[in-house]
Write a protein of this length. Sequence first.
Length: 160
Amino acid sequence: MMRTIDRAAWREQPWKNGRGTTLEIVRWRASGDSFASADGDDYDVRVSLAEVTSSGAFSTFPGYRRHTFLVGPAPIQLGDISLIVPGDHIEIPGETAIEATLSAGPTRLLNVLLRAALGVAVGRGHTAHPVRFTFDLGTQLAHASDSPETIDARDCVWIA
C-alpha cells in the first residue's frame, strides 16, 4: 500500500518548549497489527519536520526514542554530534536534553518519535510491520504497473 501524505495535510505546531515550530506529517497509535491515526498526545509514532532557525535547547520527549535526520541545507551540532550532510542522523532517548548549535544558518530536521515500549527500530533489519517513508522526492514514483505517479516536492510518501 502506498499513500501520499500531501503537504496541505501537515499540521503546523509549536515546539513543546516554545522555541520554534514543527510541521507534523503524521502520528499513529499502535492498534493490533496496524497503525491508526492518533490525536493529541496519545501516539506511538510521530513523524515531523522541524524548522530550526536559532541555536538553543530542544524539547524533550520522555518515554520515546528520538530519530533525527538532517534534511535541510545547513549543518547542525546536536550536543557532541554534528549532522553535516542530508541523511546524517542521531538516535537518542527522548528524555535526553539536546542543545543545538547552528553555525551556517537555519536548517530543517526530520524527526521520528517512537514510544520506547514499542521496541521498534528505525533503519535496522527486519521488522514485523515495515513502514517506509520517502521524503522530498523529485517528481515521480514508479508503481508495480510502471505507470509513474507525480508528487510535489515536500510531499511525503508512506509505503506500508
